[in-house]
Write a protein that binds this ligand. Structure first.
Ligand code: GRF
Length: 204
C-alpha cells in the first residue's frame, strides 16, 4: 500500500510510520507533503529518502488530488496537518484518508481543537480519561467514522503538556497499527483495542 502523509509540524507521528514501514512491511510511505516549507516532518522524510512536497495553496483541491494520484497513493494519512483538506480531495480519497487526533472523539474535536488546546479543554472539563483516535476523514473536522481509539488516563496534577506527551506515545503505536492493518486488508479496517493493538480493552 502506497501511503502519503500530510503534516504541518514536527512529524513524530510520521517518524513512527517511517520506522514501521520498513522493508518487508505491507505499507510504504511514498510522499510527505506539508503546507509549511520549514516543517520538521519534511526533514524527517528527507532523512528517510522519501519524496517531499510543499503545498503552496492548501485550498487547491485539484492540485492536491492530482499530486496524490500522480504518486499512485492508496492511503492518505493526516498526521498533524492543520489545514482543511479540500472537499474535492476528501471525496477523491473517500474511505482512504485517515487522521489522528489526540483525544477520544467525538469529544474534544472540531474546528479550533488542535494541539495543546485539546489537552487544555480535556483538563478543564475534569475528564479522567483521554486518549488518541484515528478516524476516516470526511467533510467535517474530526467527524468521520472512528477506526481505532486508545484510551489514556488523565492523572491528577497533569498539565496540558504532560497529558499531550502521554498521549503522543500511544499515537506513535496506534497510527502504525492502523496503517499496517489497512495495508494487510487492502482497505482501512476498524481495530479493536487489546486484540489488534496493545491498549487495554475497556470494560463495557
Ligand atoms: C499529534 O498530537 C496529532 O494527534 C495531532 O497533531 C500532533 C502532531 O504531532 N493531530 P507530530 O507532528 O506528529 O509530532
Amino acid at each position: 500500500m502506497r501511503v502519503a502523509v500530510l503534516a504541518s509540524g514536527g512529524g513524530t507521528n510520521l517518524q513512527a510510520l517511517l520506522d514501521s514501514c520498513v522493508a518487508g512491511a505491507p505499507a510504504r510511505v511514498v510522499l510527505v507533503a506539508s503546507d509549511k516549507a520549514e516543517a520538521g516532518a519534511l526533514g524527517r522524510a528527507r532523512g528517510a529518502g522519501v519524496e517531499t512536497h510543499v503545498i503552496r495553496d492548501p485550498a487547491d483541491g485539484a492540485a492536491l488530488t492530482r499530486l496524490l494520484r500522480e504518486k499512485g497513493v492508496d492511503l492518505v494519512v493526516l498526521a498533524g496537518y492543520l489545514k482543511l483538506v479540500p472537499a474535492e480531495t476528501v471525496s477523491a480519497f473517500d474511505g482512504r484518508m485517515i487522521n489522528i487526533h489526540p483525544a477520544l472523539l467525538p469529544a474534544f474535536g472540531g474546528p479550533g481543537m488542535y494541539g495543546i488546546r485539546v489537552h487544555r479543554a480535556v483538563l478543564a472539563s475534569g475528564a479522567t480519561i483521554s486518549g488518541a483516535t484515528v478516524h476516516l476523514v470526511n467533510a467535517e473536522y474530526d467527524r468521520g467514522s472512528i477506526v481505532a481509539q486508545w484510551p489514556v488516563p488523565v492523572h491528577p496534577g497533569d498539565t496540558p503538556e504532560s497529558l499531550a506527551a502521554r498521549i503522543l506515545e500511544v499515537e506513535h503505536r496506534l497510527l502504525p497499527a492502523v496503517v499496517l492493518a489497512a495495508a494487510r486488508a487492502g482497505k482501512v479496517v476498524r481495530l479493536v483495542p487489546g486484540r489488534d493493538f496493545g491498549a487495554p480493552e475497556v470494560e463495557a
